[in-house]
Design a protein around this ligand. Structure first.
Ligand code: PLP
Length: 412
């Protein structure tokens, strides 16, 4: 299919798409093709007014009374419940708090403590760097050993010394999605607990935490959930662990009686024990408003659109990009793919910069990956074709080798 034909096909797919109008729930700059929602999600149209209200009316007028009158205190649980519905957990199993990294620390320590006598933590070797660093630190603090493994080979790394297995549902670099149900089952068969990082799956894939028997999970608010830069993250703990789990960061907001100001910590019942300090209310209310973009949608619908976008991209990549020096890294099989497609290219950094100069935003991951995120709520099929056309033109014109890209920006 040449790219003119592909554009017609994409227009047809967009016209037939039941989710096409969901894009109107976002404010995106005219003419921009935004394929970086897996890094920072787009601005929801309702968010500026919600933040304005939080600043001017709630903070400005009601001041400290807002903790009660505007229900700020319960917002971590209220927003957590909305996220729970997107990831297949019960409303009382998710709380919004801290960053993904901090929540992972809490979850790994809590999980390891639930398996005393076992001294090995298994972690995906290619996991996000923070996940690797935190696992190493948890192991150091608790006197455990870390075993770094390939998740596709998880079975051979499980034995009766393993307390916790920590994996990302979708690999941030390659876009590969792992089989949460099968891996969690294998982890449980070995007597260990499973901790999943949902940063690159929540809000784009069907995630069934409870059906898969997941023990703990964490994830970001600012990627496919569109909560805004630095949005607070969330932590999930299965209900069966609530009575016995112990967070290593026992803050006052996670106390059973926070306003009794007692000198000794007693965990709040349930998921509230995963709270630590005062929530960042402005960001939390921005996230709550952003989640409204999912209203009326089911995750299978969202996933279907994501797959339609990535399938179209992969088809066109094979036909038009491979010949231009790109190699597709992301698996072809739907079940093995997240909502991004990653391409290897020797000038990946230059490709991403030249693409941005043409109004197509993707990102670069060391050493040679061009990452294109297809956020299913607002990316269109026509955007897919536009991106492929610009990728071809960038390489044909040698724009990726322009000397202005020799010095890299701080954030790539
Ligand atoms: C898979 C994964 N885990 C963890 C993190 C870290 O999240 P945070 O910086 O919010 O702690 C990221 C950030 O991009 C990520 O992609």
């Amino acid at each position: 299919m040449d790219l003119t034909e592909a554009l017609h096909r994409a227009e047809q797919l967009d016209a037939e798409d039941p989710l096409a109008r969901v894009r109107e729930r976002f404010s995106l700059p005219d003419g921009l093709v935004y394929l970086d929602g897996n890094s920072l999600g787009a601005l929801g149209s309702s968010v500026p007014a919600a933040v304005g209200d939080a600043v001017q009316r709630q903070w400005g007028q009601s001041l400290v009374a807002s903790w009660n009158t505007h229900d700020w205190w319960d917002a971590p649980r209220r927003v957590g419940a909305r996220i729970a519905r997107l990831v297949g957990a019960a409303d009382d199993e998710v709380v919004v708090a801290d960053s993904t990294s901090v929540n992972l620390f809490k979850a790994l320590v809590a999980a390891a403590r639930l398996r005393p006598g076992r001294a090995t933590m298994v972690i995906e070797a290619g996991n996000f760097p923070a996940d690797l660093y935190i696992a190493d630190s948890v192991a150091d603090l608790l006197g455990l050993t870390v075993r770094r493994v390939d998740p596709l080979d998880i079975g051979s790394s499980l034995d009766d010394d393993v307390c916790v297995v920590s994996l990302s549902h979708v690999d941030y670099r390659t876009g590969r999605a792992y089989d949460m149900a099968a891996i969690t089952r294998a982890v449980h068969d070995a007597g260990a607990l499973a901790v999943w990082d949902l940063a690159h799956s929540a809000g784009a894939l069907v995630v069934e935490l409870d059906d898969c028997g997941v023990d703990f999970a964490v994830g970001c608010g600012y990627k496919y959930l569109n909560g805004g830069p630095g949005a607070p993250a969330y932590a999930m703990a299965a209900r069966r662990h609530h009575a016995t789990m112990r967070s290593p960061l026992p803050g006052w907001t996670g106390h059973a009686r926070p306003f009794a100001m007692e000198g000794t910590y007693e965990p709040a019942p349930g998921i509230d024990a995963m709270r630590c300090g005062t929530p960042p209310m402005l960001s939390l209310l921005a996230l709550e408003s952003a989640l409204g973009a999912f209203d009326g949608l089911t995750m299978p619908q969202v996933r279907a659109r994501s797959l339609s976008l990535t399938t179209l991209f992969l088809d066109l990549a094979e036909e038009h990009l491979v010949a231009h020096g790109f190699e597709v890294v992301t698996p072809r099989r739907d079940a093995e793919r997240g909502s991004q497609v990653s391409l290897n290219h020797p000038d990946a950094y230059g490709v991403v910069q030249a693409l941005a100069a043409r109004g197509v935003v993707a990102d670069f991951r060391h050493p040679d990956i061009v990452r294109l995120g297809f956020a299913p709520l607002y990316v269109r099929h026509t955007d897919v074709v536009t991106a492929v056309r610009h990728l071809v033109e960038v390489v044909e014109a040698g724009e990726d080798r322009d000397e202005q890209w020799v010095v890299r920006a701080t954030v790539t």
